[in-house]
Design a protein around this ligand. Structure first.
Ligand code: CA
Length: 219
């Protein structure tokens, strides 16, 4: 799961990122509204944690512009204590949930899990492809009825590919899904994951488009 964290307070941003990493999230962090909007329009995320008081463009404006483009990404807004009007404005602008600072990280984690469940329930049903069945919500995968255990990155990669059959996904795009911006990527890591998936399912599952990326053919 890739999260965009938008927070200009360095200590808080660092704290959130550190807390979410062991939960299996890939966290990309930007510290102003303009960078946030840019990231949201050019990259894909499963969630956004958005502070409202931000340099260059405030969080409410970011949220309004995001929703104007029809983007339904689940957004959790962070607001200062007592700023009731902010909270209402945030919800009006299209926030899915909010947390008041200071908050407990355990609560943030619980809220994010709930948001993900809701968003999967809304938009994502099981993906089926040539005997493979992948359930995004429970993260379970079966092949011809038999459960297949996939490490997290293989699951993410398979999910991304099966969600868009017939479409070539570039190496850059796939690496961002798996690693975000900050994590160090070994140069052949993507190839290794693809290799494992072909072995666990069948060799023709993932086609290499030389110099570009990978795709699964339309079923
Ligand atoms: Ca702030």
């Amino acid at each position: 799961m890739r999260i965009l964290l938008v927070e200009d307070d360095r200590a808080l941003g660092e704290g959130i990122r550190t807390a979410l990493k062991p939960e299996g999230y890939t966290v990309d962090w930007v510290q102003d509204g303009v960078s946030a909007l840019h990231a949201l329009s050019h990259e894909s995320f499963e969630l956004c944690v958005l502070d409202l008081g931000l340099p260059r463009m405030d969080g409410l404006e970011v949220l309004r512009r995001l929703r104007t483009t029809g983007n339904a990404l689940p957004v959790l807004v962070l607001t200062a204590r007592d700023a009731t009007s902010d909270r209402i404005a945030g919800l009006d602008a299209g926030a899915d949930d909010y947390l008041i600072k200071p908050f407990d990280v355990a609560e943030l984690k619980a809220r994010l899990r709930a948001l993900l469940r809701r968003s999967f329930g809304r938009a994502q049903s099981a993906l089926e492809y040539r005997g493979i069945r992948l359930e995004p919500d429970s993260q379970q995968v079966t092949y011809q009825g038999t459960p297949v255990n996939l490490p997290r990155k293989e699951f993410l990669l398979l999910h991304e590919l099966l969600a868009q059959p017939g479409r070539v996904l570039t190496r850059d795009k796939l690496q961002q899904v798996l690693y975000g911006w900050n994590e160090e990527v070994e140069s052949n890591a993507l190839e290794v994951h693809v290799h494992h998936l072909r072995k666990k399912f069948f060799p023709e599952l993932i086609r290499t488009v030389r110099g570009v990326g990978y795709l699964v053919d339309k079923a």
